[in-house]
Design a protein around this ligand. Structure first.
Ligand code: GLP
Length: 260
């Protein structure tokens, strides 16, 4: 795991964007896994800028999002499809057919989950997966004690998560009860992972993920078993890391061929 600590979320997001842009330039038909939430917003802004100012070409890129609500139409302002359109897709001229979301509206949701796995396989697998992390260490909607062997499936939103979302949806009743999320094994199969975490509210999840044992109680800790993970943190999210100075030293002294 490469741990990259930056002074703030903007600097960390710019650095992550630079890495992803280089990745796309080297593989113009890259398959990206994407996440929603507040964390990747600055990263997406940077990717939009690179598309517009530096002519970064997204025409052959394919994307697969990590999760989507069950029963929410794509045009619903709280759907993750809507988020992706607003924050990224409509600004980077990516063909609509290249952007994939889990199907939360399938008549047979479970068959839809299996079909999503097959679509990922048919695209050649995910080359680079972007992730955020929940303050309890979840990735996607793989909450604590999710199977480390899981694949795309339906999960029940936690009571807390539904309450958090009530404001955006207008009332608690409007918040869907279920989501479709990539599983932990689906995520682990991507060739490269970029996880971003900002703010002191993520510090505990990050120390458990990086320096704690691998356990389904902290789903993100499985990333310790992945050979290519880059973790972009601000100082707040890095607060509790015991080996902070070592990570800084390694990053500052990384070999030239690993710079971007
Ligand atoms: C949600 C999403 C995750 C996201 C996490 C953190 O539960 N399913 O994909 O990474 O919360 O969200 P935020 O970035 O808003 O802190």
């Amino acid at each position: 795991m490469e741990i990259i600590i930056q002074p703030d979320a903007l600097t960390a997001s710019e650095l992550a964007a630079r890495f992803i842009c280089k990745f796309i330039r080297q593989k113009p038909d890259a398959v990206l896994g994407l996440a929603t939430g507040s964390t990747p917003l600055l990263l997406y802004k940077e990717l939009c800028r690179s598309n517009q100012r530096e002519r970064l070409d997204f025409s052959r890129v394919q994307t697969f999002n990590v999760d989507e609500y069950v029963g929410l139409p794509p045009e619903h302002p709280c759907s993750y499809r809507h988020y992706m359109e607003e924050k990224l897709f409509r600004h980077i001229s990516i063909p609509a057919a290249n952007t994939h979301m889990p199907d939360g509206q399938a008549d047979d949701i479970e068959a839809g989950c299996d079909a999503y796995e097959r679509r990922i396989q048919a695209a050649g697998g995910i080359d680079l997966q972007v992730l955020g992390i929940g303050s309890d260490g979840h990735i996607g909607y793989n909450d604590p004690v999710s199977s480390l062997g899981s694949r795309t499936r339906v999960k029940t939103l936690t009571k807390e998560k539904r309450e958090e979302q009530a404001y955006a949806f207008g009332s608690l009743q409007e918040v869907p009860m279920y989501v479709v999320t990539m599983g932990i094994t689906t995520i682990m199969e991507s060739r490269q992972i970029v996880l971003l975490a900002f703010g002191a509210q993520k510090a505990e999840a990050i120390v458990h993920m990086v320096e704690g044992p691998v356990t389904s109680l902290v789903p993100a800790s499985i990333l310790q078993m992945h050979p290519r993970v880059k973790l972009f943190l601000d100082e707040g999210a890095a607060t509790f890391l015991a080996q902070k100075e070592y990570y800084r030293w390694v990053f500052e002294n990384r070999p030239v061929w690993q710079r971007w």
